[in-house]
Design a protein. Structure first.
Length: 416
């Protein structure tokens, strides 16, 4: 891999494109980014890479070098639309490019392991969307490859973007400071409704061979990661139920864009879960409950989490993502209760680079924060979070949920 000790290349064009917007940015080493996949997540990651260097004072200047997809015309159109300098139709060719230092994987889960391991072996840094893989075995192979690559100075990160919501980073800070005391309860629900219509076609997200699991991996992975991130400890065991409500759907007719698609008259079998409900126990003994479904009518992207401790509680709703609710149990009862913290102050995580207080951020900003953190980790040669090992831990929880559900909710330990 060409470049400096940071794994970054020097852009011959001092102005670059998709890069750093601060003064003196043209003199910073360029970090060439190559992305595989360009649909919903690819568009979100592109937004993050385009934006991060224009907002934050980064040590390296991200450059959107190339995007990859199987359909040549479609990927070239996506490159123009999303701001990528070039397009490839073979991910191996993208990895081999001298101007690509970071490989960003935004494909369905069945290709994560192959692409990530190949990229690491080629000397690239890697960002991989969640869930890390479709199986524990694949995630273990990816994590082992990441460990070996770390010895060569390469960085690997799993893309759990909701950690980068400023309110969630603030909640983690408050918990680490002891504001909740000993943790007792964590409850998380992630509710959507885009699969309620039985005529919605059989996209890759509904096929186990491509997606690994359904709502469990798509939504439950976020719920598990946030719970473990905020609690600061792993889930030790689970008891679970899963269900597939619509077992057959029309075969997909044409391309899928994001979470929309069209179907044909023929039908195929849905091979993933539509919903998962499970309880869990943390290593410390704190109890947890989780719900993930794409059948909650009226709920669009309702990720909600509440943590209760001996000294207080925190509550968050993604659909109000600039707000965090905190109850201080040590206050006199006459005036105590949940109070709203508007997370827009420059002292709050990530907010020093954004707008004046009260001017809220949105979903897309989490991807700029993700890019920011990865660039800093690459420049400093520090291990980023969440790492591939963190992604593997989530994968083990998901596997335990599936095992428990298959055994009629038997309590199933999560391997350490």
């Amino acid at each position: 891999m060409a470049g400096s000790s940071t794994g970054a290349t020097r852009d011959p064009d001092a102005t670059g494109d998709g890069g750093e917007g601060n003064a003196g940015a043209g003199h910073k080493p360029v970090l060439g980014v190559g992305m595989v996949g360009y649909a919903f997540m690819g568009a979100a990651h592109s937004q993050g890479w385009r934006t991060a260097g224009h907002v934050f004072d980064l040590p390296l200047r991200p450059r959107l070098a190339a995007v990859c997809g199987r359909d040549g015309a479609a990927v070239r159109a996506a490159a123009d639309r999303l701001g990528w300098a070039a397009a490839e139709t073979d991910w191996r060719a993208l990895i081999a490019r001298d101007d690509v230092d970071v490989v960003d994987i935004c494909t369905p889960g069945d290709s994560h392991a192959e692409i990530a391991v190949a990229a690491l072996e080629a000397g690239k840094h890697v960002l991989c969307e969640k869930p890390l893989a479709n199986s524990v075995e694949e995630a273990e192979a990816m994590t082992e490859a990441a460990r070996a690559a770390a010895g060569r100075g390469q960085i690997s990160m799993t893309g759990f973007n909701y950690r980068r919501v400023p309110a969630m980073a603030l909640a983690r800070r408050m918990i680490a400071e002891g504001r909740l005391g000993t943790l007792r309860h964590v409850r998380v629900s992630y509710l959507q409704d885009w699969l309620v219509d039985p005529a919605f076609p059989l996209t890759w997200r509904l096929q186990k061979a491509h997606a690994g699991s359904g709502a469990l991996g798509d939504l439950g992975a976020h719920a598990v990661d946030l719970a473990q991130y905020l609690a600061g400890e792993p889930v030790a065991g689970v008891s679970a139920l899963t269900e597939t409500f619509v077992k057959e759907r029309p075969l997909q007719d044409g391309a899928s864009t994001g979470l929309t698609a069209t179907g044909s008259a023929a039908v195929g079998q849905v091979t993933v879960d539509d919903a998962a409900v499970f309880t869990g126990r943390f290593a410390s003994g704190a109890l947890a409950s989780f719900e993930a479904t794409r059948f909650a009518t009226g709920r669009k992207n309702a990720l909600r989490i509440e943590l209760n401790g001996e000294k207080g509680s925190l509550a968050f709703d993604l659909e109000r993502l600039n707000e965090l609710y905190f109850h201080d149990q040590t206050e006199p009862a006459a005036g105590a209760g949940f109070r709203r913290i508007l997370v827009t102050e420059p002292e709050h995580p990530y907010l020093e680079a954004w707008w004046p207080p009260g001017h809220g951020l949105g979903y897309e900003h989490t991807f700029a924060h993700q890019a920011r953190d990865l660039v800093h980790a690459i420049a400093a040669r520090t291990a980023p979070a969440p790492s591939f090992a963190d992604g593997l831990q989530v994968q083990r929880v998901l596997a335990a949920v599936e095992e428990s559900a298959a055994k009629n909710s038997v309590y199933t330990p999560v391997p350490a």
